[in-house]
Design a protein around this ligand. Structure first.
Ligand SMILES: Nc1ncnc2c1ncn2[C@@H]1O[C@H](COP(=O)(O)OP(=O)(O)OP(=O)(O)O)[C@@H](O)[C@H]1O
Ligand SMILES: [Mg+2]
Length: 250
C-alpha cells in the first residue's frame, strides 16, 4: 500500500505584498511532517516575509496556509507553533529578564493570565541550560550580546513545546560551538517528530544540517529532499539575479 505523505503545513497560491508591491508570488509548498527544512535564497528573496505570512503576522493578498495534524483532518495547530525571529529584528525597550522571555514560551501554551507554575519555572531553567544560558536567567535581555539573545530565543521556542518551529537565521552571529549546539538541538527536535523550518544562508552546511530544502527568490524555485533538489542548476536559478548584480557592480 502506498504510504500517504503527511504534511505539517500546506501553502496554496500564496501572494504577499507590502503596500501594493508583491514580494512573494504564487507560493505553493507542502512541508512534510517531521522534516528539518532549510529555506534558502538571496537577501530580499522573501524568506522572512514567508515565515511571517505563515505565522499569520502578515496578511496575504491571496492564498491559504493550513496547519495539519496527523490523518484526522485539518486540526489547527496555531497554538503549537514556535518562532525564533531574525536577530536584531526585536527591539527590547521594555524590561524583561532572560527568564521572563523564556517563560513567554510557556505562556504561549498556558495563556497570559496564568502565573508561571513551578513546572514552568523548571522547564524554563532546563531549556536555558540546554542552550548554555542558565547562569544568565536573571539578566536583562537587553544586556546580552546578539548571539546570547539568539540562544535565549531558542530556549523560549523550546519551552513552547511546539509541533512546528520557524526559525529565522538562528545561526546568524553565533560562534562555532553555539552553532554545533543549535544543530544538535534541531536534530533532537526532528527526532521527536517535530517539523522545523529554518532560514539559512550558509549553503555549504545545508546537506549536513537539513534533509529538506526550499529555494526561493520571490517564487519557489524548488522544494524537496536535499538530495534531489539542492543542486547547481537550482542554486543558479535562485541566486541568478543577485549573482548578475554582484558581477555588474564588481
Ligand atoms: N515592512 C516592509 N515594508 C516594505 N517592504 C518590505 C518590508 N519588509 C521587507 N520588505 C521588502 O520585501 C522583500 C523581502 O524581504 P524579506 O525580509 O522577506 O527578505 P529575506 O529573504 O528575509 O532577506 P534577508 O536574507 O536579507 O533576511 C525585500 O525586497 C524587502 O525590501
Ligand atoms: Mg530575512
Amino acid at each position: 500500500m502506498e504510504t500517504v505523505q503527511k504534511y505539517a503545513v500546506e501553502i496554496q497560491d500564496l501572494t504577499v505584498a507590502y503596500d501594493t508591491k508583491p514580494v512573494l508570488w504564487d507560493i505553493d509548498l507542502k512541508i512534510p511532517k517531521g522534516t528539518l527544512m532549510a529555506v534558502v535564497g538571496p537577501n530580499g528573496a522573501g524568506k522572512t516575509t514567508l515565515i511571517k505570512a505563515l505565522l499569520g503576522l502578515l496578511k496575504p493578498v491571496t492564498g491559504a496556509v493550513r496547519f495539519m495534524e496527523g490523518d484526522d483532518g485539518l486540526k489547527t495547530l496555531k497554538k503549537r507553533i514556535g518562532y525564533v525571529p531574525q536577530s536584531g529584528s526585536v527591539d527590547w525597550d521594555f524590561p524583561a529578564t532572560v527568564q521572563d522571555v523564556v517563560l513567554m514560551g510557556c505562556y504561549g501554551k498556558l495563556g497570559w493570565i496564568r502565573r508561571p507554575r513551578k513546572e514552568d519555572m523548571e522547564l524554563a531553567k532546563q531549556m536555558l541550560a540546554k542552550v548554555g544560558m542558565e547562569e544568565y536567567a536573571s539578566r536583562q535581555i537587553s544586556q546580552l550580546s546578539g548571539g546570547q539573545q539568539q540562544r535565549v530565543f531558542l530556549a523560549r521556542a523550546l519551552a513552547q513545546e511546539a509541533d512546528v518551529y520557524f526559525m529565522d537565521e538562528p545561526f546568524k552571529g553565533v560562534d562555532a560551538q553555539t552553532e554545533r549546539a543549535i544543530v544538535t538541538l534541531l536534530k533532537e527536535l526532528k527526532d521527536q517528530g517535530k517539523t522545523v523550518v529554518v532560514v539559512h544562508h550558509d549553503l555549504q552546511t545545508v546537506p549536513d544540517y537539513f534533509d529538506w530544502v526550499t529555494l526561493i527568490n520571490l517564487r519557489v524555485v524548488a522544494s524537496g529532499p536535499v538530495k534531489e533538489v539542492f543542486h547547481e542548476e537550482n542554486l543558479k536559478k535562485t541566486y541568478h539575479s543577485s549573482a548578475t548584480l554582484l558581477r555588474s557592480v564588481g
